[in-house]
Design a protein. Structure first.
Length: 205
């Protein structure tokens, strides 16, 4: 694809002949509802200091920020999170965490340009919050996996129960994870890359 030769990290991938530069770079989105753990996941897996655009929640924003179930949350992403990880030798992923609140969704279309796929984080305390993310990627044909963030003290549901509740296609991977754990995050990203590759290969996925 054309973007494979682009020098723009957001272009979805590139091949480089420069020593020390990964042969392939891919753009991945991390999406989900407000407070689902997107910033935490990007920070946990990034091998560089992640870029964050967080602001403290304020009284002015209270009418717009539904904190039911995530009352301890004190900050929110207002533009994006950004991180980078070498998934394996020669393959680097650029991670773009999307804002979770309705009023910031206007940036999603731009962030999605050139993306290989997305991780949709789901919080079973507020499962309906990830419906907009699922709809967004389904409508645009962008491959995605659903990652159920298992918060401490919350009930753990079976993968198939989550799949049924979200009315997902049988081919969409659903995984349980702890967004704070680097190894969990790497597994999610590896599964997403495999899923996206299968979707692009005739007769697979």
């Amino acid at each position: 694809m054309d973007s494979a030769h682009s020098d723009d990290p957001s272009a979805g991938g590139r091949r480089s002949g420069i020593p020390g530069v990964p042969a392939i770079t891919l753009k991945i989105l991390v999406a989900g509802g407000f407070g689902a753990g997107k910033t935490t996941l990007v920070g946990a897996v990034s091998e560089i200091r992640p870029l964050r655009t967080e602001e403290r929640l304020s009284e002015l924003g209270r009418p717009f920020d539904d904190t039911a179930g995530v009352e301890a949350k004190r900050t929110t992403t207002v533009a994006m999170d950004f991180g980078r990880i070498d998934l394996r030798p020669g393959l680097a992923l650029y991670l773009f965490g999307t804002p979770g609140q309705d009023r910031f969704w206007f940036v999603w279309d731009e962030l999605a340009l050139g993306a290989l796929g997305a991780v949709v984080l789901a919080d079973t305390r507020r499962l309906a919050d990830c419906f907009p993310s699922v709809d967004f990627f389904e409508q645009r044909g962008i491959p995605f996996v659903v990652a159920v963030n298992c918060f401490e003290g919350t009930e753990v549901f079976a993968v198939e129960d989550v799949r049924s509740a979200l009315d997902l296609d049988p081919g969409v991977p659903v995984l349980l994870c702890d967004a704070r754990r680097r190894e969990d995050g790497k597994e999610l990203l590896a599964r997403l890359v495999e899923h996206a590759a299968a979707r692009r290969t005739p007769g697979r996925g």
